[in-house]
Design a binder for this molecule. Structure first.
Ligand code: FES
Ligand code: FES
Length: 162
């Protein structure tokens, strides 16, 4: 029988302390313990990107990180980043370009796109494709997603760019 370990994480700006079984993955903890179901679970082995969240400023696969490994870390999910408005330009562009159908991949896709634009506010299409290549979409064929991200690069409303 595993022993739960106490861990404290800052999730979307709020401190959360819980006793957590060491085997629980971060995405399961966020979804099941905290009710943050915007991060999705697809492959559960690091391939599809549906579970993407941000930990200490870097995007990670929530299915490859244990929740207890996030002890002391700052975790941001699609919910927090939506509420803060950080994703507003991307969300508007995804909507405008019909860059989602079922929406299953969309939270992870938005986090990956945002990560790219924080590193490089003016990526070209090849760089966009390369950066989202770890996020699978079974619906759109990617074209509209690349179009949407490219739209945001044409504006000055990329996060951090004013
Ligand atoms: S569920 Fe984590 S990468 Fe697919
Ligand atoms: S919109 Fe359905 S998986 Fe991407």
């Amino acid at each position: 029988m595993e022993h739960a370990v106490e861990a404290t994480l800052t999730v979307n700006g709020a401190k959360v302390t819980r006793r957590i079984q060491p085997r629980v993955h971060l995405v399961d903890f966020l979804r099941e313990e905290l009710g943050l179901t915007g991060s999705h679970i697809g492959c559960e082995h690091g391939v599809c990107g549906a579970c993407t969240v941000r930990v200490n400023g870097e995007i990670v696969r929530g299915c490859l990180m244990l929740a207890v490994q996030a002890n002391g870390c700052k975790v941001e999910t699609i919910e927090g980043l939506s509420d803060s408005g950080e994703l507003a330009a991307l969300q508007k562009a995804f909507h405008g370009r019909n860059a989602l159908q079922c929406g299953f991949c969309t939270p992870g896709m938005l986090l990956a796109a945002c990560d790219l634009l924080r590193q490089n506010p003016r990526p070209d299409r090849e760089q966009i494709r390369a950066h989202i290549s770890g996020n699978y979409c079974r619906c759109t064929g990617y074209q509209a997603i690349v179009d949407a991200i490219e739209d945001v690069t044409q504006t000055d409303i990329v996060h951090g760019q004013g």
